[in-house]
Design a protein around this ligand. Structure first.
Ligand SMILES: Cc1ncc(COP(=O)(O)O)c(C=O)c1O
Length: 366
């Protein structure tokens, strides 16, 4: 039987290393039973979620026996209106990662290749590997930034999709208007660029941040999400913008009834919740500054972030393992980054003041 089953599984799936999420609160409680738990591992919104979104999702339960609107009409119309594009330029999906998966299924031929940086969002790496295509990764610069010139240098005749996260996870760094303008001039029109802006709400105040919605590029797909700034990660709702032809073809491949109706309703209402967005942005800005001051004081290296997390750079892999293990036993869940190719680094999500107090107390004891 075993032979028969392996025969059924393609080699690239056999060899696929799945995405491993951070530890859950329940797992940590069961293993260590700490007095309190602060989950600072998954770049979630520690304030909770937009209350307007939650109310709208609850109202959608009245019609939960019906299938969702396959076109996601209300949400796409609203996004189109907000960003001055046509609804035909907008797609909604099961998280921005759901749309990413759709892109991989829609546009790749088997012999084509994907290109990105090392030290970036693992979700994309898993999707590329599960599609069985060749994935090329260019090293980060010494200061943990995307090297767009080197990525452009690595485009070859088989390159089909380039994935860029701006700001990047887990480093929190962003590339500038100048860097992006230089880069995009070198990308042929038959190469598709995924601009993953999952954290753009935490960087768009930077004057040199290249907000992709200010460009109109026919070979760029912008991806954004309600998971971070609006705290809707559990609903699985994200959105994207692209040329109408690309969206039309993505819509053909999309599962007809994703995203779910509560997710669509929550996303639509979240877009009106400016007070919640502002509170989230304030928390993140304050939290980042607090961590910089703490790390400076303790002589810990870190990378300045424009996302809702800060990456600590420990002396070596052993130190990063020891610290994350020590934190875990004390109920602080952090993200080690060996799977991202950064074994000496740790990512800390910006938490509530009380959660950062918890983190700081344990760090000082360590
Ligand atoms: C860069 C980046 N893109 C996408 C995602 C996934 O977002 P979503 O919840 O919308 O699928 C994440 C989540 O951590 C991320 O860090």
């Amino acid at each position: 039987m075993a032979d028969r089953r392996s025969f059924l599984v393609p080699k690239h799936i056999h060899e696929l290393r799945p995405y491993i999420a951070g530890k859950t609160i329940e797992e940590v409680a069961a293993s260590y039973n700490p007095k309190r738990i602060s989950k600072l591992a998954s770049n979630e919104n520690r304030l909770g979620c937009s209350p307007l979104a939650l109310e709208a999702a609850q109202r959608s339960f009245d019609t939960i026996m019906n299938y969702p609107d396959p076109a996601g009409t209300n949400l796409r119309n609203k996004l189109a209106q907000m960003y001055h594009v046509k609804p035909g330029n907008v797609i909604a999906g099961s998280g921005s990662e759901g749309i990413m998966s759709l892109i991989m299924r829609t546009f790749f031929l088997d012999h084509e290749e994907a290109l990105t940086s090392s030290g970036t969002f693992i979700g994309f790496i898993v999707l590329a590997n599960s599609r069985g295509i060749k994935l090329n990764q260019v090293p980060l610069t010494a200061d943990y930034r995307f090297d767009l010139d080197a990525i452009a240098d690595s485009i070859n005749p088989y390159t089909k999709i380039i994935y860029l996260a701006n700001p990047n996870n887990p480093t929190g760094t962003y590339f500038t208007v100048e860097e992006f303008d230089r880069f995009i001039k070198r990308v042929p029109e038959n190469v598709l660029v995924i601009l993953d802006e999952a954290y753009f709400e935490f960087a768009s105040d930077q004057p040199d941040y290249p907000d992709s919605m200010r460009y109109r590029l026919d070979n760029v797909i912008t991806l954004r999400t309600f998971s971070k700034a609006y705290g809707l990660a559990g609903f699985r709702i994200g959105y994207g913008f692209a040329h109408e032809d690309l969206i039309t073809n993505l819509m053909k491949v999309k599962l007809p009834f994703e995203p779910s109706s509560p997710a669509q309703a929550a996303g639509l209402a979240a877009l009106d919740d400016m007070p919640f967005l502002q509170k989230t942005q304030d928390l993140v800005i304050r939290g980042r500054e607090r961590l910089y001051t703490l790390f400076d004081h303790m002589g810990i290296k870190y990378v300045k972030s424009h996302a809702n997390s800060v990456m600590m750079v420990m002396g070596n892999e052993e130190e990063s393992t020891n610290l994350t293990e020590f934190m875990l036993k004390e109920g602080v869940i952090l993200r080690r980054l060996q799977a991202f190719g950064l074994p000496d680094c740790i990512r800390v999500t910006i938490g509530l003041d009380s959660e950062l107090d918890h983190f700081e107390g344990v760090l000082r004891r360590f």
